[in-house]
Design a protein around this ligand. Structure first.
Ligand SMILES: Nc1ncnc2c1ncn2[C@@H]1O[C@H](COP(=O)(O)OS(=O)(=O)O)[C@@H](OP(=O)(O)O)[C@H]1O
Ligand SMILES: Nc1ncnc2c1ncn2[C@@H]1O[C@H](COP(=O)(O)OP(=O)(O)O)[C@@H](O)[C@H]1O
Length: 200
């Protein structure tokens, strides 16, 4: 609880920082099962945005869990805390004027909605990477599904831990055999079409 702590209003604020970067800061929040393609697509999208001169930062599940959230595991309560910390960090990055991309399973709706509630209108763009578990398991890029099926990993999302699919995400990316590059391009087009990546 932040008792006896006052918020300090600095002269250079979010609007000024965004103006200096000529962009509208936002969070592009990827959610989906392990192996659905969150990191791959977020990477490709970030590359495209940077090539266009945008200022970005990609917060990635595996990387954040080495540092900021290195003390957390995969129980429901640890996942809640994981997403809470990431949401607060993402909010600070948005305040700095950046376009933040996040690639976390973020399996629970209330946690994603918590992050949405921290942001202003149109700053939180939820991207549901809707790849069926059969496809994720076939890909199994880290061999984790195999381990989970063998019982070597407990609480694995989609197997013995719940994934709550977004009800009304800003972008719903379904998989129908396309390459990662095609998925990233589809996403980019949808973001443009919906007016999320306009300059200040
Ligand atoms: N039990 C269990 N369940 C799910 N995932 C597991 C688990 N154990 C390890 N991993 C690896 O951790 C990555 C998911 O971390 P996240 O921080 O995105 O998870 S969460 O949002 O807190 O649910 C996830 O990475 P991605 O594959 O990038 O999603 C896995 O590689
Ligand atoms: N259309 C696609 N979009 C994203 N990834 C794809 C696609 N098709 C195949 N893949 C492969 O699926 C895997 C997804 O892994 P990753 O991006 O780490 O997923 P996540 O971050 O959701 O766990 C990668 O090996 C990637 O090359």
């Amino acid at each position: 609880m932040a008792t006896n702590i006052l918020w300090h209003q600095h002269e250079v604020d979010k609007a000024r920082r965004a103006e200096a970067k000529s962009q509208r800061p936002a969070i592009i929040w990827f959610t989906g099962l392990s192996g659905s393609g969150k990191s791959t697509i977020a990477n490709l999208l970030e590359k495209k945005l940077v090539e266009e001169g945008k200022h970005t930062y990609l917060l990635d599940g595996d990387n954040v869990r080495h540092g900021l959230c290195g003390d957390l595991g995969f129980s429901n309560s640890d996942r809640v805390e994981n997403i809470r910390r990431i949401s607060e960090v993402a909010k600070l990055f948005v305040d700095s004027g950046l376009i933040v991309l996040t690639a976390f399973i973020s399996p629970f709706k209330t946690d994603r909605d918590f992050c949405r509630s921290l942001m202003q209108e149109n700053e939180f763009i939820e991207v549901f990477v809707d790849t069926p578990i059969e496809e994720c398991e076939k890909r199994d890029p880290k061999g984790l599904y195999q381990k989970a099926r063998q019982g070597d990993i407990k609480d694995f999302t989609g197997i013995d831990s719940n994934y709550e699919a977004p009800v009304d995400p800003e972008v719903h990316l379904t998989f129908s055999g396309q390459t990662p590059e095609q998925s990233a391009e589809m996403l980019y087009e949808m973001l443009i079409e919906k007016g999320y990546l306009t300059d200040v």
